[in-house]
Design a protein around this ligand. Structure first.
Ligand code: P1T
Length: 395
C-alpha cells in the first residue's frame, strides 16, 4: 500500500484562505455522490478494487479513510502546511515521530513537558537505545553543548505543560537547520489559532487533538503536520505499519469541532486574560504562570510568536501543603477537577498527582511542578461565573 493520494477536495486553494474560512472549509467539499454538505462518516474498513490495485486511492482504513483524510487536509491547512496525519491519540502521534529514530540516536527536549511525553521518552524509547537530554530551552543556545553527531531530533513544547515556559521556536529552528536535525513542536497548548510552528522553522507540528482542536472533551486524538514530503512519507509508513489511526466517527467529531476553533480560542483567550489578572493579586496565590504577563521571562518571545496568550494558567498556592491543595482543588463547582484541557468547559488539575504523576518528584520540582501547583484550563463559560467560582474555592 502506498501513501494516500486520494482526496475529497481536489480543487481547493487553502493557501489564500484566512484562518476562520479554513477552519470551516479546508479539506471539505460537498460529497460527490449525494451533495451532502457535511463530510460523510465513511464507516468502512475496506474498499472495493476492480482488479488488484485498481481502486480510488483507498484500500484499507488503517492506512486511509476519506473522513479522516478530510480532517487531515483541514489540520494541514490550519498549520499552513501540505500534509497532515491523524492518530488515535496525541501519544500515538508522539510515538510515530520517535519511531523515525534508530538505536544510538539522541534527542534534545525541554525540562518541562506533559508527563506522558516524559514517560514515553524515559520508559519506552530509552529501552530501545535512544538517549534523551532534558534541558532548559528558554535560551536555545543551551542546546549547543549537548549537540553531537548522534543528535537527530529536537522536541519542544511551547507553552510548556504545566509551567507555561515559552521556547523561542525560531531560535531553536536556527540551530536545528544548521545541524540538520528534525525539529518537532508540540503545539497543543497554543493550537494553530495562536501559533504556527512550521512558519517559524519547525519540521513537524504535533497536536493532542483531544484538547483545543477537538474542543469538546469527547474525543481522544493526535496529529502530525509537516510540509516536508519525505518526512510525511516516513511518518505515513509508521502510521500505517503500526496502526494507531483513529476511526471515522472520531474524525467527523473533530471536523465538526474545528468549525468553531477560532470562536472558541477568542473566548478562551479573553476569559484566560481576565482570570490571570484576577489571580495575580489574589492573597492565596503565590506564583502564577501565564505567558501574557509582561514579567513572564519570555514575554517578548511569546508576543512575537503567538497571536494571543491562551487560556492555560498555573498557580501555586501560598502556604499550602498537599492536603490543603487537595482541599482547594476539590472546592470548585463550575471548574471540574479532571485531567485534560482545551475543552469548552473549565477544568482544574493537580499536575503532581494527575497529569505529571509519572515524573519523579525531584525532577518535576526542579521546574516548579510542586505539590501546591494547580493548573487551570479556562473554558468559555460566562466570566462572572468563573470568577465567582474561583473566589469561593480559594477561601
Ligand atoms: O492525551 P493525548 O491525546 O494522548 O495527548 C498527549 C499530550 C501531548 N502533549 C501535550 C502537551 C499534552 O498536554 C498531552 C495530554 N495532556 C493531558 C492529558 C493533560 O491533561 O495535560
Amino acid at each position: 500500500m502506498s501513501v494516500c493520494n486520494a482526496s475529497l477536495s481536489s480543487h481547493q486553494n487553502t493557501t489564500k484562505m484566512k484562518f476562520a474560512t479554513k477552519a470551516i472549509h479546508a479539506g471539505q467539499e460537498p460529497d460527490p455522490t449525494t451533495g451532502a454538505v457535511m463530510t460523510p462518516i465513511y464507516q468502512t474498513s475496506t474498499y472495493w478494487q476492480k482488479s488488484p490495485g485498481d481502486n480510488k486511492g483507498y484500500e484499507y482504513s488503517r492506512g486511509t479513510n476519506p473522513t479522516r483524510k478530510a480532517l487531515e487536509d483541514c489540520l494541514a491547512a490550519l498549520e499552513n502546511a501540505k500534509f497532515g496525519l491523524a492518530f488515535s491519540s496525541g501519544m500515538g502521534a508522539t510515538d510515530a515521530v520517535l519511531k523515525l529514530l534508530q538505536p544510538g540516536d539522541e534527542v534534545i527536549t525541554g525540562n518541562d513537558l506533559y508527563g506522558g511525553s516524559y514517560r514515553i521518552f524515559t520508559k519506552i524509547f530509552t529501552k530501545y537505545g535512544i538517549k534523551f537530554h532534558f534541558l532548559d530551552l528558554s535560551n536555545p543556545e543551551n542546546m549547543r553543548p549537548y549537540l553531537n553527531e548522534k543528535t537527530k531530533l529536537v522536541w519542544i513544547e511551547t507553552p510548556t505543560n504545566p509551567t507555561m515556559q515559552i521556547i523561542d521556536i525560531e531560535g531553536v529552528a536556527k540551530i536545528t537547520k544548521e545541524k540538520n536535525l528534525i525539529l518537532t513542536v508540540d503545539n497543543t497548548f497554543a493550537s494553530p489559532y495562536l501559533q504556527n510552528p512550521i512558519d517559524l522553522g519547525a519540521d513537524i507540528v504535533m497536536h493532542s487533538v483531544t484538547k483545543y482542536i477537538g474542543g469538546h472533551s469527547d474525543v481522544v486524538m493526535g496529529a502530525l503536520i509537516t510540509n516536508d514530503e519525505a518526512l510525511y512519507k516516513d511518518l505515513w509508513f509508521v502510521y500505517n505499519a503500526c496502526g494507531a489511526t483513529p476511526g471515522p466517527q472520531d474524525a467527523f467529531l473533530v471536523l465538526r469541532g474545528i468549525k468553531t476553533l477560532h470562536l472558541r480560542m477568542k473566548a478562551h483567550c479573553e476569559n484566560g486574560e481576565k482570570i490571570a489578572h484576577y489571580l495575580k493579586n489574589h492573597p492565596k496565590v503565590d506564583k502564577i504562570y501565564w505567558p501574557g504577563f509582561e514579567d513572564h521571562p519570555n514575554f517578548e518571545v511569546a508576543k512575537r510568536q503567538m497571536r494571543g496568550f491562551g487560556g492555560m494558567i498555573s498557580i501555586t498556592l501560598k502556604d499550602a501543603d498537599l492536603q490543603e491543595t487537595f482541599r482547594i482543588a476539590s472546592n470548585f463547582s463550575v471548574f471540574t477537577l479532571a485531567e485534560s484541557l482545551g475543552g469548552v468547559e473549565s477544568l482544574i488539575n493537580h499536575p503532581a498527582t494527575m497529569t505529571h504523576g509519572s515524573i519523579p518528584k525531584e525532577e518535576r520540582e526542579k521546574v516548579g511542578v510542586t505539590d501546591n501547583l494547580l493548573r487551570l484550563s479556562v473554558g468559555v463559560e460566562d466570566i462572572d461565573d468563573l470568577l465567582e467560582d474561583l473566589e469561593n474555592a480559594l477561601k
